[in-house]
Design a protein around this ligand. Structure first.
Ligand code: 4G0
Length: 276
């Protein structure tokens, strides 16, 4: 994957040139190209911003340098997506990271100042936001998205780690994990994890994931796909945490109803007499 960033501060991007993303670039799985769009400023003072028409405080990014920088990019490798970093964009979530990780060519435009000339928006395929807060520039938001996308490229993380995030546990919080010692200053690792009983360990982990999600992120519960084996766990959690009672309606609604038995006709002599 090639990631191009249009920014006035390319030196800010050292965090994505280290560690795992450094190895990914050395392995040829990822290439990060930094373009300073000040290089495309036309005035002799290389201005990239100007005062807003209609008045008001602050400066606004001019369209010409960013249009010129985009027009001067090399031919897209294949499906290219241009993304504008902005607090007015759609909020970036894991699903968007998965979509972007499928592409070969991504471009991030990082704005600064109080925003950009609105005509810059037509360059972008998507406008994305990290969340509902304002930063001094789009660079930190772009770096977060680059990291979230790059780790999903096959080969960037270890082989084993790629199995994570399976559909089974999607939209549930992680269960608690422990390592040695089994007893740290009197704080003991849950007995079941030492038991070697894999079915019981799976059940315990699923229950703790459900517990954490209900208690810490109840907003995620609506996206959880409950499985048949979850219902006994949910009943236990309901007793252990009365505060999750309001969600009982939802899981009871989703719970598969036991099949009503049909009255069966009497068996005939011959059916009774046949073995099997
Ligand atoms: C465009 C993104 C860019 C407009 C960028 C600010 C937060 C995010 C910028 C503005 C950013 C985010 C209107 C203030 C640069 N801040 N949440 N700052 N305005 O993703």
């Amino acid at each position: 994957m090639r990631i191009t960033v249009l920014t006035l501060f390319p030196e800010m991007f050292s965090p994505v040139q280290e560690s795992i993303l450094k190895r990914a670039q050395e392995a040829g799985l990822l290439e990060i190209c930094l373009v300073n769009f000040r290089d495309y400023a036309i005035s002799k003072h290389k201005n990239v911003d100007d005062i807003p028409y209609g008045g008001g405080a602050g400066m606004v990014l001019k369209p010409e340098p960013i249009f010129a920088a985009i027009r001067n990019l090399p031919q897209p490798c294949s499906q290219r997506k241009i993304i504008l970093m902005s607090p007015q964009g759609q909020v970036f979530q894991q699903e968007k990271a998965r979509q972007l990780a499928e592409l070969e060519d991504l471009v991030f435009i990082c704005g600064h100042y109080e925003g950009f000339d609105d005509r810059i928006r037509e360059l972008a395929d998507e406008e994305l936001s990290l969340g509902d807060y304002v930063l001094t520039g789009g660079e930190l938001a772009a770096m977060v998205m680059i990291d979230a996308v790059a780790r999903l490229i096959p080969g960037v993380l270890g082989e084993k780690a790629s199995a994570e995030e399976d559909s089974h546990n999607a939209s549930l919080l992680e269960y608690p994990q422990y390592t040695r010692p089994a007893n740290f200053e009197g704080r003991k690792v849950p007995e079941v994890l030492l038991s070697g009983h894999h079915a019981l360990i799976r059940r315990w982990r699923r229950k703790e994931s459900l517990r954490r999600t209900f208690l810490r992120r109840p907003d995620l519960i609506e996206y959880v796909n409950f499985e048949n084996e979850d219902y006994p766990l949910l009943e236990e959690l309901g007793l252990e945490h009365p505060e999750i009672a309001p969600w009982r309606n939802r899981w009871e609604y989703l719970r598969p109803k036991p099949k009503r038995r049909r009255y069966s006709r009497e068996k005939t002599e011959s059916e009774i007499n046949t073995t099997n």
